[in-house]
Design a protein around this ligand. Structure first.
Ligand code: NAD
Length: 436
């Protein structure tokens, strides 16, 4: 089929490559010309496992093109996917300005029937809103259907997830569009849930908010563990063996970040509010997370009382390993607090040094963990990158001025930590604070 994808970000680029791999002709559009130039040359614009290889494979097949010209995409495609960003506004509502811009552009070029599929995460009612926008702009109702097809991929495993999703959710109100979507997704051999647009839109928020709540729940249990001397890892393991609970998203730490959970939880609270519902449980999950992500700073303050002039190393900046995405990462909140308290911040991350410099131009990033620890009075682990969890603790200790590690991801092996003599704090794990 002829497919176009508008917005070549984490979701759009992976979707475009995924549809190409499944033997469709794909046009992928982004308004950032520098992205397009790189992609056409086979240079990845984001870090994702297997992306570079798949990009090259797709370019070689000649079944994909990258362009900033939305007109070509609209004219040459049967199905147009929208995968632009839907960030949060100050008041927790969803900013639909990127989506509005794309719809306005699409309107200019529709001359024949197209299925317009929204993959971005959007408030309930957006499919109806898009339909109305198209009609208001003078597009003939015969020439389009609008479909909601939320995406569930995980950054770090995005290509695998796109091709092997647990389910495909499609919300629509047209038989014609259903046949086309069925044909497009049939080769994926994944269960498809056809439903109404409103249900599809809410499935996405409900899923993300549920997972975020699960994380906040286990973090609260971990904080209790620290008080009562229980071990969160044994608790998570035992809970996870219960099939009704499952072991996923039961890892305690400094909370969730990224481009989805923080914004989608807020959006769900706001959507519920609009319809007179008070979504208390999600509000609490957000509040717990807001406290959890700055827990290392509280531990550090409790230890040193004052942080002015202290050199602190932040190990790991991305919101999780295997991505270069630092959007809403707990590390950002920690660094901001440390700088507010006049600490000197150094950092290490295998993929995100360039990104963090855009936000905090004055902090020093090092390409090597041990150099980043030189003269440091504490290391805070914010991301459980393999390079960080497997670091040589003896070597780290020798580099540091004061050998203190606050492990916000429970990434280090407790036996190794004990043997190293490092002063160590983690989240809800029993045998810790060994020197205190
Ligand atoms: N990142 C994830 O893991 C993930 C997972 C599932 C769903 N989602 C949802 O998918 C959507 C996209 O997320 P993302 O992380 O890929 O965003 P992103 O910011 O990485 O990518 C959005 C892209 O759209 C482009 N864009 C914006 N306006 C445009 C326009 N008018 N024309 C052409 N291109 C335009 C931007 O330049 C950017 O490259 C969001 O709604 C998000 O909530 C994201």
């Amino acid at each position: 089929m002829n497919v176009s994808v508008i917005g070549a970000g984490y979701v759009g680029l992976v979707s475009a490559l995924g549809f190409c791999k499944m033997n469709n002709n794909v046009i992928c559009v982004d308004k950032k010309i520098e992205k397009i130039t790189k992609l056409n040359r086979g240079i990845p614009t984001l870090y994702e496992e297997g992306l570079e290889e798949l990009l090259k494979e797709c370019l070689q097949s000649r079944n994909i093109m990258f362009t900033d010209d939305i007109r070509i995409a609209v004219e040459k495609s049967d199905v147009i996917f929208i995968t632009v960003g839907t960030p949060t506004l100050e008041n927790w509502e969803v900013d639909l300005s990127q989506l509005n811009e794309v719809i306005r552009e699409i309107c200019k070029y529709i001359k024949s029937y197209k299925v317009i599929v929204n993959k971005s995460t959007v408030p309930v009612g957006t499919q109806k809103y898009i339909k109305q926008l198209l009609v208001d702009k003078g597009v003939n109702e015969e020439n389009f259907d609008v479909v909601s097809n939320p995406e569930f991929l995980r950054e770090g495993k995005a290509i695998y997830d796109f091709l092997n999703a647990d389910r495909i959710v499609i919300g629509l109100d047209s038989e014609r569009a259903r046949k086309i979507m069925e044909k497009l997704y049939k080769p994926f051999n994944i269960e498809i849930i056809f439903t109404t647009p409103e249900t599809a839109e809410l499935i996405k928020y409900a899923s993300n908010a549920f997972l975020a709540t699960k994380i906040s729940f286990i973090n609260e249990v971990a904080n209790l563990c620290d008080k009562v001397g229980a071990d969160i890892e044994v608790i998570s393991y035992a809970m996870g063996l219960d099939k009704r609970i499952s072991p996923e998203f039961l890892k305690a730490g400094i909370g969730f970040g990224g481009s989805c959970f923080p914004k989608d939880t807020k959006a769900l609270v706001k959507i519920a509010e609009k319809y007179g519902c008070n979504f208390k449980i999600v509000k609490s999950a957000i509040e717990v997370n807001n406290n959890q992500r700055i827990l290392p700073v509280k531990i550090l303050l409790n230890y040193y009382k004052k942080l002015e002039g202290k050199v602190i190393t932040v190990l790991g900046l991305t919101f999780k390993p295997d991505t270069d995405d630092i959007r809403e990462a707990p590390s950002l909140y920690i660094i901001r607090r440390l700088l507010d308290m006049k600490a000197v911040v150094k950092c290490y991350d295998p993929k995100a040094s360039d990104e963090i410099k855009k936000i905090f131009p004055d902090i020093n990033c090092y390409p090597n963990i041990y150099d980043s620890l030189e003269g440091s009075s504490c290391a805070i682990i914010c991301t459980e990158w393999k390079e960080i969890s497997s670091m040589n603790l003896e070597k780290a200790k020798l580099k540091m001025k004061e050998p203190i590690i606050i492990d916000g991801r429970n990434a280090l092996d407790l036996n190794k930590v004990r043997d190293s003599g490092i002063i160590y704090f983690s989240i809800g794990r029993k045998r810790q604070n060994l020197k205190l």
